[in-house]
Design a protein around this ligand. Sequence first.
Ligand code: FEO
Ligand code: CA
Ligand code: CA
Ligand code: CA
Length: 632
Amino acid sequence: AQAAPAPLGGIGFASVPANVVPMTDAVTVPAGYSARVLVAWGDRLGAGAQWNPADPMDEATQLQAYGAHTDGMHFFPFPGAAGNVRGLLVSNSEYVDPPLVHGIVPASAYSSATITLDMVRAQQAAHGVNIVAVGKDLIGRNHGAWKLIHHSPYNRRITGNTPCEVRGPAAGHPLLRTAADASGRRVLGTLNNCAHGHTPWGTYLTCEENFNGYFGSASTFDRTAHEARYGLNAGGFGYRWHEADERFDLNTHRNEANRFGWVVEIDPWNPASTPVKRTALGRFKHESAGVVVGPDNTVAVYMGDDERNEYVYKFVCARKFDPKNRAANRNLLDEGTLYVARFDADGSGTWLPLVWGQNGLTPDNGFADQGEVLIKCRQAADRVGATMMDRPEWVAVHPSTREVYLTLTNNSRRGNTPASGNQPDGTTAAASANPPVDAANPRPDNDFGHIIRWRENMGSTAATGFAWDIFVKCGDQATTKTLGGSYTPDGHDGYLGNINGDDYGAPDGLWFDPSGRLWIQTDQAGDGKGDWVNIGGNVMMCADPSSGETRRFLTAPRHCEVTGVTATPDGKTLFVGIQHPGEDWSVSPTDNSTWPDSGINGPTTASGLGMVYKPRSGVVAITRDDGGVIGA
Ligand code: FEO
Ligand code: CA
Ligand code: CA
Ligand code: CA
């Protein structure tokens, strides 16, 4: 299923300098490399006219255009040799900045604007998944440049209103039934699609993360413990959809929120296919889904729940992958065992099964059946004694050893900080007080994050035990800052880290290339200030997992995060996502981003439309000027 990796020949590029204040508003890559914009929010997918970013976005335009806030993505190559120059780029559009969608300045005015259904529909259409045929221009004027293939029949948008099927043990569960869907098996849309996964049978997995933010209530919302555990609250994240679209009103449609927080499987090769919410993988704030196929064709999926003090999960399919029969794999993710991780201080770990009737997952404790265990997955994991982690983000699996790496991006609620109870977004964390440091999460107020890794016992994909260690503690070796207040007095150490090479922090995106180089993408404020004065803005790093050697490969525009990375099979084109450049664009435009329409990474489809100040999330294609393998 997975190509044998070439031996890692080390990292062959010279680091780019940190992007410190005054920051360069560009994607910068090493000497000998080029980064060029491929697609950005609002770019037409088909034959229609290009949207002018100066205009408000509307639903009809957005349904035919690339979504907002690009995140996880995967390149599905066309068969054969053409796969290095043609393929489907499938990517997530995680969320929107409503003021950017509607052109509201200053952004703060959105909170008092009148919300119309047209506005909500435009925002919902900007969410979801993009399936776009892309190819390298082999004959034209821009020889060698990657571009969208506008006439491709594969081009498709899946949005916050696209019908999805629900399958697996929770399908049809009473907690998933609504007034509009008595079956509990048909949901409109997928939301907050953060990171992703892909299967060896050629499908894409999109992961629903902070779905709670879209729900709200105009009246008092008397939430249950279950609703609180998933962060539902009357204000949501300020989207205010419930004011015009009653589906998102918590009091009116109590079960609608239970229909989000899933991993959704999509067949990009069949434009008529219905996305499927795979409930067997559990419901939480899914970040990514790392799929592994063992030597005996056992399939496992590793997943993180990205919130402070949440958990790491593994799903093992009951049936094996059949490399010769694609159709036989189509519903593999519906049957199997879901586990949650406990990391012990001796470097061992245990996968604890989340199986109804076992370990207290019984009706007496609020779990009527396996469907309820999956819908209330966080509570089930609380009960079996899993380890609370420092915000589990992406999973990456080494292409030959199957060692699993996981980013733990940061955790301001770790250690002996004052117990603060509920989180700012209304979520009730697993513990009402902050957990102490432990072996797997060793730093209080973990500002810079770390990367943990594990190996299954006996190399078995189905193992219920593993061995783990910390690959790296991130930090800033040049800082003079010390931990203060009520923190455990480890002083300077908390910020130093132990990186063998260039400093970085807040690791989030994580991916192995086919040669075994580890690529790490970061998500911090991206303004190069405060804790980040030496590290600068967000980056993509490249690490050798055996030596730990780490170099800065890419620096990013102002106030963005770097998220989403994939490559052609030959490793000679890397696609990298730039999300929310100029995050506070209307607050301080002089200190902000005009990427990509500034043209600094090549002309964009909006070039010539006179639009140079509204920043847009987008994807760059990175190639080597000598045509070589990226990173080598
Ligand atoms: Fe959407 Fe946890 O990042
Ligand atoms: Ca992320
Ligand atoms: Ca993040
Ligand atoms: Ca961010």
